[in-house]
Structures are given as C-alpha cells and as structure tokens.
Write a protein that binds this ligand. Structure first.
Ligand SMILES: [Fe+2]
Length: 189
C-alpha cells in the first residue's frame, strides 16, 4: 500500500474507517439475533452451549464497538452489512432445509457460523491495523480484544465439527477406530 497520503486522502481514509465500524456494528447486532435462533435449532447440547457462549460474547462485542465510536468522537450508528445479511440468511436456510435433531442440521449450522466468524476475523484484523495507522491505539486494542474472541470461537467450532465427524464415522464404521475412519469421509459417509 502506498503510505504517502495527503490531507484529503487522510480525511477520506478516516471516514472510510468509521464507515467500516458502522458496518461491523450492524453485522454484530444482526448476528446476535441469528445466534439465538441457531442455538435453539442446534441438535447437540455442546453446539447449543457454544452458541450460547458466543451470544454473550457478541453482546459484549457490541458494547465494545459503542466504546470505539466514543473513542472516535462519534455516536454509535449501524450501517447495513450486505455480507453479514447474506451469511445469516444462509444460516437460516440451513434451519429451514434440515430436519430437527439431525447431524446434518448441526453440520450446516457449524459451517454457517464459521463463515460468519471468518468474515468477522478478516474485518477486525484489518480494522485493528488501520486503527493503528490512524493513530488510534486504544481503538486498535478494543478491536484486537474482539478479534481474539472471534478466533477462539472459530477454533472451538472447528473442534466441534471434527469431534462430531469422528463420532458419526465411529457409529457407522463399527470396528474401525474413529480417527482412522474420519480420514476417509468420502468412503464412509
Ligand atoms: Fe462477533
């Protein structure tokens, strides 16, 4: 990136940054509502409780973004995030298209949730760096705190999908060890 910026570019970059904060603020609020539905729809109690944990975290992240607005001297304002709207609508389709209490329901919810987490990770990681460029160290630290939570949630969901895959493969394969059979999902499923 060319870091030589004139005053007008600096102003534009700051406005762009604030716009992105508005975008992720909307995204967090929209995801929080969706996670409540996803928790209700989950088959596995472990998956439901991981959604529950992330609902609480997401609400904390919304509060953290309010602090970011304050640090930037702005009133919290949400701007519709088309990407999160699409990701959430994909998660809702999973609930509509799968049977209650099914492995497929949970598998679909996990992938939908991980897609949302990855969107958030990319956003927070980049915005935290941009905050530093703007000289907003405290803003950067707030964004990094959320980034850590998003990464942790993503890795928890990743572990859950792996465990569930082992369990399902184990049930189907009988004598074979779960780990061995999970290595050949195409043959087993
Ligand atoms: Fe989040």
């Amino acid at each position: 990136m060319n870091t030589k910026r004139n005053n007008s570019d600096n102003k534009q970059f700051r406005e762009f940054f604030i716009d992105e904060i508005k975008d992720i603020y909307w995204a967090e609020k929209h995801l929080s509502a969706a996670l409540k539905k996803m928790k209700k729809a989950a088959t596995s109690p472990t998956l439901a409780s991981s959604f529950e944990k992330h609902i609480a975290e997401t609400d904390g992240q919304i509060e953290r973004l309010k602090k970011v607005f304050e640090l930037l001297g702005k009133t919290p304002q949400a701007k519709k995030c088309d990407a999160m709207e699409g990701l959430v609508s994909e998660a809702m389709s999973v609930i509509e298209d799968t049977e209650t209490d099914s492995f497929t329901r949970d598998a679909g919810l996990i992938i939908a949730a991980r897609k949302a987490e990855h969107y958030e990770i990319a956003t927070y990681e980049t915005l935290s760096y941009y905050a530093k460029l703007l000289g907003e160290k405290e803003v950067s630290s707030e964004l990094e705190a959320t980034l850590k939570e998003e990464k942790k949630t993503d890795s928890l969901l990743s572990c859950l999908s792996e465990e569930e895959a082992y369990r399902q493969t184990d049930m189907k394969s009988g004598k074979q060890s779960a780990k061995q059979s999970a290595k050949q999902p195409a043959e087993q499923m």
